[in-house]
Design a protein around this ligand. Structure first.
Ligand SMILES: [Zn+2]
Length: 329
């Protein structure tokens, strides 16, 4: 049997104007509170335990069931989100990038966010900097021409301009991992900081903070170990990624049986799903935008809505995603 589950995905939740990087993309604390009020009006919050019971005991989820997920273990999740969820008796699901937390590194995806926030609006300057890097590494890594990459990648989407999409896609996935990392690190050091360790400690929760949330009823799940595109790794590497991430879950007193996965970048493939099943994972979240059909068949490819897909004002009328739930309820 299939049931509707609205899963909402969050990243940064902070008072952006009062931070060192007001231009990063994130949800304001006030918007988070307003959105919670909106969600409370139209949805019933469920827990991971409710979802497991639906899978294994065939209990029913409410027709308007909603689950909140928070990726990448930003310090915001401990300082801002956790107290608000506590106060509202809502369980959040948190997915920490294990290696970045353990070794005090900064995820490439975050390096790119903060590079973009540091250059402000001067994207032309940044793009010429990137072209200079491509030139430097072109023969060693058999890179294609600048215009090849630009025309292939610079396609604006619902959140970002063509230039920003070009930079993000080039440095997040198009180039081979080694050269991608070289260029990202060079730009991060130039525009943001040379002290990656301090930056990491400021950006993410630490083990004690994650443990504290786990002890207080928040759910901590796997986000892999090295925050890779797991679909691009061979099965043996996928397996070690999962093993390492389970060790991390043990360290923070999170469940390692009937556990929950959240794919970094939403990326997965068949061999990864087989490994998850073998290792006792019960269900897994993608970044495909939709209301999830929560069922055994769909358990490893669950869709989510982005926070930006839902209203950020408490008194908003139900938007189309919400109407879909109310009308079928
Ligand atoms: Zn992530």
């Amino acid at each position: 049997m299939s049931q509707k589950l609205t899963v909402v995905m969050y990243h940064f939740v902070r008072e952006l104007p009062y931070t060192r990087y007001p231009e990063i993309k994130g949800l304001l604390t006030s918007q988070f509170k307003e959105q919670l009020t909106y969600l409370k009006k139209y949805y019933t919050f469920v827990t991971v335990a409710d979802c497991l019971s639906t899978l294994y005991n065939e209990t029913n989820l409410s027709s308007n069931a909603c689950l909140l997920t928070f990726d990448d273990a930003y310090i915001d999740h401990f300082v801002t989100v956790f107290p608000i969820l506590e106060e509202n008796r809502i369980q959040g699901c948190f997915f920490p990038p294990a290696k970045a937390i353990l070794s005090h590194e900064v995820l490439d995806v975050n390096k790119i966010h903060f590079i973009l926030a540091s250059v402000h609006k001067d994207l032309d300057q940044l793009i010429s900097e990137i072209y200079a890097c491509l030139k430097k590494y072109r023969s060693q890594y058999q890179l294609k021409s600048n215009s090849h990459y630009y025309s292939k990648l610079a396609v604006k989407n619902r959140f970002d301009s063509a230039e920003i999409i070009f930079i993000k896609r080039l440095l997040q996935m198009e180039l081979e991992e080694n050269v991608r990392k070289l260029i990202t690190d060079e730009l991060f050091q130039k525009y943001v900081t040379k002290d990656e360790e301090s930056f990491s400690r400021e950006l993410y929760m630490d083990l004690d903070q994650i443990k504290c949330m786990s002890r207080n009823g928040m759910y901590i799940g796997s986000h892999g170990f090295g925050h890779h595109w797991l679909n691009k790794l061979p099965p043996a590497k996928q397996e070690s990624e999962i093993d390492e991430s389970l060790k991390f879950l043990g360290l923070v007193d999170a469940p390692t049986e009937n556990w929950v996965m959240c794919y970094p970048y939403g990326a997965y493939n068949d061999s990864l799903i087989e490994i998850l099943k073998k290792k006792g994972c019960s269900f897994a979240f993608t970044t495909k935008v939709d209301i999830a059909n929560f069922s055994k068949e769909n358990a490893y490819t669950l869709e989510r809505l982005d926070t930006n897909d839902l209203p950020k004002l408490s008194y908003s009328e139900p938007n189309p995603w919400t109407k879909e739930i109310i009308n079928n309820g």
